[in-house]
Design a protein around this ligand. Sequence first.
Ligand code: GLN
Length: 303
Amino acid sequence: MQQLVDEINERARAKFGTGRVADYIPALAEQNANKFGIAVCTNDGQVYAAGDARDAFSVQSIAKVFLLTLSLRVYQDTLWERVGLNPSGMPFNSLTQLEAERGKPRNPFINAGAIVVADRLVSAFATPSKHIRDVARRLSGNESILIDARVLESEWQHRSRNAAMAYLMKAFGNIDNDVDQVLHSYFSCCSLAMSCVDLAIALNYLAADGHAQAMGEQFIAADLARRINSIMFTCGMYDAAGDFAYRVGLPAKSGVGGGIIAIVPGKMTVCAWSPALDENGNSVAAQYALELLANEMGCEFGR
Ligand code: GLN
């Protein structure tokens, strides 16, 4: 496995120069595009890493997996009264469906859906962002994980579009709490800074029937892990979920920081990261790396 991740690290770097770093906020636009890291965490606790796998980066939409997991733990299936379960066929920050569908977002992995999920957590916890940061620390076994204050401030300064979604959903009665408080919690989670190694370990519960290895305990029920994987498979890669399913065949979630976490159920998690994105907002080199790995290992969802 170490040989494989080393080889993927070499080959994925050939993609440098393709794609563009996210530029909707200054804090992300400054990232070095010529970075690549990959980390594998097997269900028996082995970690294999290569390249810049220990550099912390902005998790961005990968945080939507933490938000969803924590919210499902509290609300179970009643969460689905607030947010749907189907691919949107629209960009992750689209407003058009929200109006037509009376403020109920298509799924928890587009921005509007994650904002609704964040609202549920604001109702459940006194300090939701601190709670999520602490859970990220315990799941990864890394006590030094932080919310990047510069990224958070940048998100806040450029919040207009996400604020528009939140207010529209509030008008439809689908946000219970103060919009600023909900957005602040959502942005705080997006601004978590974690490495490929941190994320591969932290999200291994999705590969291990809900068992979190760094915590040494059952974090969520096995059937919940299976369901989250299914939503990742259908909705985790924005508009390109179908393409990614065809090319890689694994449940995955990407973020505009350039990270992608992929789950090989029953076996391992893989996190790849490289900041330059394609037109859908998915990292070019990280997608390529996961394709190489899936081809090499012959792994696919449910096998
Ligand atoms: N913070 C970003 C936003 O809200 C997250 C989007 C993403 O990673 N797709 O726009």
